[in-house]
Design a protein around this ligand. Structure first.
Ligand SMILES: C[S@@+](CC[C@H](N)C(=O)[O-])C[C@H]1O[C@@H](n2cnc3c(N)ncnc32)[C@H](O)[C@@H]1O
Length: 394
């Protein structure tokens, strides 16, 4: 099967697995040694048939495919991760599965009963792990096996502290192929203190809600701040012939701060405004919705959210008047510009002729050259030692 790698190793059997999005020049495997260590542990200490298993952050569905025969609940915030999981299950002729967000824990019938085994691929941000564990705790009991898994280079002391503070005593396994497990005993008597997430704070006159796993959850990102300072009126970025109805995109919306500013500026120019907020993360989508509810938004601005990793899948070709983005420069832990590149190519398809894409990014990422390649040219609106704000016109 083109694009798939056969996971021909002792733990993953002969599964055919691929990543989403595909990165043709970097055919990285769709699993890691931490996945193999989880499966090796389950060989040593098997699960009872029909055991209720929760799997969190299984990036591309390798563990989901391997554990599909159990009573499995899967949490993955990423739209791309969910697409990969669905494709990998189908490629291996396994039953499809519903994938949830940690925000669904205890809310959906499927996620509301306690678990026998919880496997957490440790997320990058400790705030994400804290937020997850607070939500998970009511669904754990003294017999629940909780296993954290990560590559050693990503496993910081703060993750162990988070597990010990919110679940119970944790013991690290020996490292194997540079991966390690954390075995956690659920302490039902543990005093866990006040829930720290989500957090709401104000920036630029808006109330912004943030989940622990969101981008820059404790304050406004300095790149985003520079973007909002540089473009003093987003209405000035519209094509001259735009009608009374404007459709603008807050791409990679995070907590929704850019879309709220877009709504403010575009309504002030006397137009009816549709803001399309798009993000790969379910946590960002819910944060944006909540930020809009908490902020005072003029009724002439309407919000539509899209949990999506390819903008072109949600918005038609040549259908929008303005796109604004602070692109991610890593997918979970893989640093690179492939997501920015796919955002820019989709933007070129989605924008109407004469409409603009406004981008802020780290200088070293070379977005100027990429935009010039796709759009023909790009204008530098501002630059400092760290960031550059660019405009490309379709
Ligand atoms: C640098 S953050 C910017 C967040 C917010 N706009 C801000 O300025 O604070 C990038 C955002 O892009 C999201 N993202 C990552 N890959 C994406 C994709 N393929 N499509 C849409 N959003 C994506 C991330 O989840 C994250 O919220």
């Amino acid at each position: 099967m083109p694009g798939y790698t056969a996971a021909m190793n002792e733990r993953l059997g002969a599964l055919m697995l691929r990543r989403v999005p595909e990165q043709p020049k970097q055919p990285l495997r769709a699993w890691d040694a931490a996945d193999e260590l989880v499966l090796s542990h389950l060989d040593e200490v098997p699960l009872a048939a029909g055991a209720r298993v929760l799997l969190v952050n299984d990036a591309f569905g390798a563990l989901t495919c391997s554990l599909r025969s159990f009573n499995l609940v899967v949490i993955n915030e990423s739209s791309a991760g969910r697409a990969a999981t669905a494709q990998n299950l189908a490629a291996n002729e396994l039953e499809p599965i519903d994938v949830y967000s940690m925000l669904d824990l205890d809310a959906e019938p499927a996620t509301a009963e306690s678990f026998d085994l919880v496997v957490i691929k440790i997320p990058k941000a400790t705030a994400h792990l804290d937020d997850l564990l607070y939500r998970l705790r009511p669904l754990l009991h003294a017999e629940t096996r909780v296993v954290g898994a990560a590559m050693v280079k990503h496993l910081h002391r703060s993750a162990t502290e988070s597990l010990e503070t919110l679940v119970g005593p944790a013991t690290a396994s020996l490292a194997k192929k540079k991966a390690r497990l954390l075995h956690v005993i659920v302490d039902e008597e543990l005093e866990v203190g006040e829930k720290t997430w989500p957090q709401a704070w104000s920036a630029r006159g808006h109330t912004l809600l943030n989940h622990g796993g969101g981008f820059s959850p404790s304050g406004l990102d300095s790149g985003t701040a520079m973007l909002l300072d540089t473009v003093t009126d987003f209405a000035a970025m519209l094509p001259h012939d735009v009608s009374g109805n404007v459709r603008a995109v807050d791409l990679g919306c995070g907590n929704g701060v850019i879309g709220l500013r877009l709504a403010q500026d575009l309504v002030a120019s006397g137009r009816m405004v549709s803001i399309e907020a798009i993000d790969d993360s379910a946590l960002a989508i819910e944060a944006t919705r909540a930020s809009w509810e908490a902020s005072t938004v003029d009724e002439r601005a309407r919000l539509t959210v899209h949990h999506q990793h390819r903008m072109i899948e949600s918005l038609g070709a040549r259908s929008v008047d303005l796109i604004v983005v602070n692109p991610p420069f890593h997918d979970d832990r893989v640093v690179g510009d492939h997501t920015a590149w796919s955002m820019f190519t989709d933007a070129h398809k989605v924008l109407r002729g004469g409409s603009s894409l406004i981008v802020v990014g780290n200088r070293h990422l070379g977005y100027h050259a990429k935009l010039a390649k796709i759009f023909g040219s790009a204008e530098v609106l501002a630059a400092n030692k760290k960031f550059v704000v660019l405009r490309a016109v379709r």
